[in-house]
Write a protein that binds this ligand. Structure first.
Ligand code: NI
Length: 157
């Protein structure tokens, strides 16, 4: 288990286009494992490789639907409907904002065995897929936010 450092807004790497993954190897498997560890440690629901400083088209998602998704070279091939809700990002700590996303998406990608797969998601999963695929193109949700970026409430115990 290894927690990697999450790059924060203002770091140029977050605005860069990620490169396609051509083959699976030990290093990339380790990266994927570390991305899950890093995401869970920060209570996130998704993480893109660029957020840990690696410009590869890899995202991990866990929206607590019982699945751990690994999407390599993902392409959104269908989208429909619309949802408007709050969104945050581990690279923009302490903030959230309102973003409109498709309510349903279908994404084509390679899994960790480099097998071609498709996944359909609605609501929170659709939002996570869109948010993470944007990261791979160097786009942060703050570029899409409607109105002001807001501060998260202080956690109280
Ligand atoms: Ni994010």
């Amino acid at each position: 288990m290894a927690i990697r450092q999450i790059r924060k807004i203002g770091d140029d790497i977050l605005n860069k286009q990620c490169k396609e993954v051509k083959e699976m190897n030990r290093r990339t498997r380790q990266l994927i494992d570390d991305m899950f560890d890093t995401m869970y440690e920060q209570n996130g629901v998704g993480l893109a490789a660029s957020q840990v400083g690696i410009l590869k088209q890899i995202v991990v998602i866990d929206v607590e639907d019982g699945n751990q998704y690994v999407l390599i070279n993902p392409r959104i091939i269908e989208q429909s409907g619309s949802q408007t809700d709050q969104e945050g990002c581990l690279s923009v700590p302490g903030k959230h904002g309102t973003v409109t996303r498709p309510n349903h998406v279908k994404v084509r990608f390679l899994d960790e065995n480099m097998e071609e797969c498709e996944l359909e998601g609605e609501e929170m999963l659709a939002r996570a897929i869109c948010h993470e695929c944007d990261h791979l193109r160097g786009i942060l949700y703050v570029d899409l936010v409607e109105g002001e970026l807001m501060d998260n409430e202080e956690e109280t115990d």
